[in-house]
Design a protein around this ligand. Structure first.
Ligand code: VGL
Ligand code: ZN
Length: 207
């Protein structure tokens, strides 16, 4: 069983959104090619899904500005602009994404006291989302993942996939992904490779 895991391809992370990733919208056509390829038995998409006033938002902390470091529940936390608030336009999938083909949507980031970059568990690793169990139950043996943002949610999802599903082959599709910070993207790709994630492009995924 082969799964495609689409990470956070939401308005909020595309140009015009509240936490825009440079060229974030350019992943959509590549993601659609992968979705429509017939190569995958299962299409899963994650959705950053924060309550208003989430603790990762700079606006929730007096005197904090977006992209400064702050703390959340006693741990260092990047202060983000308000983004992907539940049921807002910002939290919707990009309108061009072929959402009809998605078999399962994993929402994350609902707990106001902890951020959740990974689609598998919160950043403090205390609470699981249920995605690992879902994929295990369907006997998934291969995961290709891509989306937004490479240096945050994609990376942490890939590392958790390797750790939590040790028998599964995990591949990161580079040209179907974009990141927030170019230096962070290079470090993220290195980190994924070091932890056993194969780095591929969509041509290889579609071959
Ligand atoms: C993300 C920062 C905050 C992401 C989500 O999807 O990469 N980044 N929330
Ligand atoms: Zn978020």
């Amino acid at each position: 069983m082969k799964a495609l895991l689409l990470i956070d391809i939401q308005n909020g992370f595309c140009p015009g959104g509240n936490l825009p990733v440079p060229e974030g919208d350019q992943v959509v056509s590549v993601a659609n090619q992968l979705i429509d390829s017939g190569k995958y038995d299962l299409i899963v998409a994650s959705q950053d899904w924060h309550p208003a006033g989430h603790g990762s938002f700079a606006s929730s902390h007096a005197g904090k500005k977006p992209f400064e470091m702050g703390t959340l529940s006693g741990k260092p936390q990047m202060m983000w602009p308000d983004h992907c608030v539940q049921n807002s336009k910002d939290a919707e999938f990009h309108p061009g994404l072929h959402v009809d083909a998605i078999d399962f949507i994993q929402q994350k980031g609902q707990n106001p006291a902890v951020d959740s970059y990974s689609a598998f568990r919160d950043n403090d690793q205390a609470a699981l989302t249920g995605l690992a169990a879902y994929l295990r139950n369907r006997d998934v043996t291969e995961i290709d993942l891509c989306g937004l943002a490479t240096d945050y949610c994609v990376k942490f999802s890939a590392l958790d996939a390797v750790e939590m599903l040790p028998d599964v082959t995990v591949r990161f599709i580079e040209d179907a992904s974009r990141g927030i910070d170019p230096v962070g993207v290079l470090a993220a790709i290195d980190d994924m490779r070091t932890h056993g994630v194969a780095i591929i492009d969509s041509k290889e995924a579609l071959a």
